[in-house]
Every structure is written in structure tokens, then in C-alpha cells.
Design a protein around this ligand. Structure first.
Ligand code: SF4
Length: 91
């Protein structure tokens, strides 16, 4: 589907007006929503991370938000685990 991207949905042309970008991204997301590999595609894009385009149903800005949330969650989990580790180490 997105491999050929004949409609130019997944990547922004230069100097794209905001309204056109939002409309194009929503159209790309609709394609992704029907894609059988959306979950895997999204994780791949988050691991790279892909700085441009719609991947796995997320825009680049949305992927940055997901990544920031994951980093914050990981830091909170590490913080929460620290006292337990210290207690275990003390025996
Ligand atoms: S989920 Fe990924 S592979 Fe599927 S259409 Fe969207 S960008 Fe393409």
C-alpha cells in the first residue's frame, strides 16, 4: 500500500500548507488502519526512529510523543524499582 505511495499520502511535499498536511496525514492513517502489519510497522518506526512521514498510523510528531512517554515511563519504573533493589542487596 504505502510502498508505492502513488497518491503521495505518506510524505509531505515541501512547503505544504497546514490544512493540506492534516488532510493528507489523515488519509495516510486511514490506509494504515487497514494494513495487516500496522502494529509491526509502528514498532519498527519507533525503534528507528523514522523522522519523517506517516508510519504505522502515526505522524512523526505523534511518534515523538509516544517515544517521550515511553522514556518517561521507563524512568519512573526504574525509580520505583530502585528501593526494592537496594533492600534486596542489603539482604
Ligand atoms: S502501517 Fe506501515 S506498512 Fe502499513 S500502510 Fe501504514 S506505513 Fe505502510
Amino acid at each position: 500500500m504505502c510502498r508505492r505511495d502513488e497518491a503521495g499520502l505518506f510524505f509531505a511535499p515541501s512547503k505544504e500548507p497546514t490544512a493540506a498536511r492534516l488532510s493528507r496525514e489523515e488519509a495516510a492513517k486511514r490506509v494504515c488502519a487497514r494494513c495487516p502489519v500496522m502494529v509491526e510497522c509502528r514498532e519498527h518506526a519507533l525503534l528507528q526512529p523514522e523522522p519523517y512521514g506517516v508510519w504505522g498510523g502515526l505522524t512523526a510528531a505523534e511518534r515523538r510523543v509516544v517515544l517521550a512517554r515511553r522514556r518517561r515511563r521507563d524512568m519512573e519504573l526504574k525509580k520505583a524499582a530502585r528501593p526494592a533493589n537496594q533492600i534486596a542487596a542489603a539482604g
